[in-house]
Write a protein that binds this ligand. Structure first.
Ligand SMILES: [Zn+2]
Length: 93
């Protein structure tokens, strides 16, 4: 099964990847539940998608594209789990 990712290479290149292996951190910290954050491509600010998950569940999410309403610019941004960051304390930034 192949899912189409609606992002071009330029968009992917702009994604800031986490410096740490969040899977490893989750294991070491006991695998807490966090909220998925994505970055607004207009303002560069992070915001919450409102989706709470953990690292194990995130692995099970297919590479599909969701849309979330951005509180920073008021637009809807498409994102996939590759764009999202798991924030276990719910803080943004
Ligand atoms: Zn935005």
């Amino acid at each position: 099964m192949t899912a189409t990712l609606h992002l071009d290479r330029g968009a992917l290149a702009r994604i800031v990847r986490p410096r740490v292996d969040i899977a490893r951190v989750a294991r070491e910290s006991g695998g807490g539940v966090g909220v998925l954050l994505i970055t607004c491509p207009v303002t560069g600010k992070e915001f919450s998608t409102g989706i709470e998950t953990d690292e194990q569940s995130l692995d099970l999410i297919p590479h599909t594209v969701a849309r979330s309403l951005c509180p920073h610019c008021g637009d809807e941004h498409p994102w996939s789990k590759l764009d999202a960051r798991l924030s276990e304390d719910g803080s943004v930034g």
